[in-house]
Every structure is written in structure tokens, then in C-alpha cells.
Design a protein around this ligand. Structure first.
Ligand code: HEC
Length: 132
């Protein structure tokens, strides 16, 4: 992969606030394993508002677009036959430049969007929360 966005920086800030929110809530009511964190919920809402959910499903279950459940850190085979890990850099590039890396066997094309890096980071927090 040639594009390596400086993701750590952005992501660090997001995770820090997520940790703070978690810490503040941890003494409260019991949470289920499927409950999304506040940060992940924000990403889910953003994905809906940005039209991503119409292809990827309102709960990441996938439609025209690939499933987001279980996507993070999974192995993805690209159109040129190489296999990559769907890490943060992969997810970021897939959203920033949808035609940069095509999946093998997928013919539908994802449209481009105008999300900012912060918005992309927020959606990635959501995708990461969808462990499947
Ligand atoms: C018109 C349907 C459509 C919309 C709208 C759409 N996507 Fe996609 N998305 C796709 C398809 C199809 C792929 C698979 C493309 C490929 O790999 O060639 C994809 C792939 C992805 C991937 C990479 C997954 C993978 O491993 O291939 C991510 C992440 C993603 N989309 C996020 C988003 C986000 C965030 C939005 C909203 C800004 C969005 N998508 C909107 C159809 C869509």
C-alpha cells in the first residue's frame, strides 16, 4: 500500500475521548456486549446521514456494499489477487478514495463522498465496534 495517512494522530484523540466516556459510565447500569459506545453510535449516525447505510446496512449487515460486521482486521482479497488486512489504514483509504482498492469479484462501485478525516475516523470507530 502506498498511501499511509497519518491516522494514529486522529485516532488517538478519538480513542482517548472514548476511554473517558467509558470511564465515566462504567459504574452505571449494566451494559450488554452488543451495546455501542457513544463514539461508535456517533459513527453509526454519521454513516446513516451520509448515505453509507443504504448500501452497507443500517447495522452494518451489508447490501450492495460489503458487510461491515467483522470487516475490521479481516483478510480481504483485492482485484489483483493480493490479500490485505482491513486495518485502519485500509479502511481509511477505502472510504477516502473508494476506487483505490477494489475487492476481487465485486462489480458494484462505491461512490465517492466528502467526509472529512474526522468523520472517517468516527465511522471507523463504528466499523471496529461491529465485531460480528
Ligand atoms: C452505492 C452503494 C455504496 C454506498 C452509498 C457506500 N458504499 Fe462503501 N462500498 C460499496 C461497495 C460496492 C464496496 C466494495 C467496493 C470494492 O471493494 O470494490 C464498498 C466498500 C467499502 C469499504 C471497504 C470494504 C472492503 O473491504 O471492501 C468501506 C470501509 C466502505 N465501503 C465504507 C463506506 C462509507 C463510510 C460510506 C459512506 C460515506 C459508503 N461506504 C457508501 C458500496 C457503497
Amino acid at each position: 500500500m502506498t498511501k499511509k495517512p497519518n491516522f494514529k494522530f486522529l485516532y488517538g484523540a478519538t480513542l482517548t475521548s472514548a476511554a473517558l466516556i467509558f470511564g465515566a459510565c462504567s459504574s452505571g447500569s449494566a451494559s450488554t456486549s452488543t451495546a455501542l459506545s457513544t463514539e461508535a453510535k456517533a459513527g453509526q449516525e454519521l454513516a446513516s446521514a451520509s448515505g453509507c447505510a443504504s448500501c452497507h446496512g443500517s447495522n452494518g449487515e451489508g447490501r450492495v456494499g460489503v458487510k461491515w460486521i467483522g470487516l475490521a482486521d479481516s483478510q480481504v482479497t483485492l482485484s489483483d489477487g493480493t490479500t490485505v488486512t482491513a486495518d485502519d489504514a485500509y479502511l481509511y483509504t477505502s472510504i477516502k478514495d473508494p476506487s483505490a482498492m477494489r475487492r476481487k469479484g465485486v462489480t458494484s462501485q462505491m461512490p465517492s463522498n466528502n467526509l472529512t478525516d474526522e468523520e472517517i475516523a468516527s465511522i471507523i470507530v463504528y466499523i471496529r465496534a461491529l465485531k460480528g
